[in-house]
Design a protein around this ligand. Structure first.
Ligand code: ADP
Ligand code: MG
Length: 239
């Protein structure tokens, strides 16, 4: 397997607690890998380390052959969507989507056409001039997705992007995210604590517990042949 993203020996302490205890993870180009694990196991911390929002203590993060830990967050080719809608409330939808491009000095005309393209992708062209507060939760997450894709990242990080939504919207957006991810061939690390979501969405699932990877495999492999008691319990117990 080609390792488009390769995490090696990722460690992070918060005080005396090893929140990331030597994480190993590889993702192939265009693959959607789900990081599945219980609340508090270190999933968000791992994503924040990849995005550069948290410094790691040791380890390396190679993305397309480049060592990310040496790059400041803004120059990492990584897009991220958070659990709760982290849109700028004082900017319109299109201003939110264009924000990252503006920061990187993309010319206004190019920004606008890329923004239109992305709003079409998430089916929100008619919302370009409204403010986030007038949108539903699902629509806000679609704007957040468009915004994270605007700078054409090499890697998309999705941190429980569906968990604040109600069931019906969650299922629709889940399918939409999968569709967009496939269409763009976007290498994606999707975080969830929801087993059903992981089984439906993923090319491959990595189960995480207490700051380490416990087992990885295809959805079928993990569901039918969990290797550890933890994986068995975790995959078996739908919530
Ligand atoms: P998850 O996303 O899997 O629920 P997190 O990565 O958010 O887990 O958190 C892992 C552990 O690290 C938790 O015990 C959490 O309380 C702790 N933690 C997260 N961020 C910080 C921080 N900034 N300072 C101290 N402890 C933190
Ligand atoms: Mg989290």
């Amino acid at each position: 397997m080609n390792d488009y993203l390769k995490l090696h020996g990722i460690r992070k302490m918060f005080g005396d607690v090893p929140v990331l205890a030597g994480v190993e993870l590889s993702i192939a180009e265009g693959e959607l890998v789900t990081l599945l694990g219980p609340s508090g196991c270190g999933k968000s911390t791992l994503l924040r380390c990849i995005a550069g929002l948290t410094d790691l203590d040791s380890g390396s993060i190679l993305l397309a052959g480049q060592e990310l830990t040496k790059q400041p967050p803004r120059s990492r080719d990584v897009g991220m969507v958070f659990q709760s809608y982290a849109l700028f409330p004082n900017l319109t939808v299109s201003q939110n989507v264009e924000y990252g491009m503006r920061m990187r000095g993309v010319a206004p005309a190019a920004r606008r056409s890329r923004c239109e393209e992305l709003l079409a992708l998430v089916d929100l062209e008619d919302k370009r001039d409204v403010y986030p507060q007038s949108l539903s939760g699902g629509q806000q997450q679609r704007v957040a997705l468009a915004r994270s894709l605007a700078v054409q990242p090499k890697l998309l990080l999705l941190d429980e992007p569906l968990s604040a939504l109600d069931a019906k919207i969650r299922k629709n957006l889940r399918a939409e995210i999968r569709d967009i991810q496939r269409r763009l061939g976007m290498t994606t690390l999707f975080v969830t604590h929801d087993q059903e979501e992981a089984l439906i969405l993923s090319d491959r699932i990595c189960i995480m517990n207490q700051g380490q990877m416990v087992q990885e495999g295809s959805p079928e492999q993990l569901y039918t042949a969990p290797r550890t008691e933890f994986a068995a319990r975790f995959m078996g117990s739908y919530n």
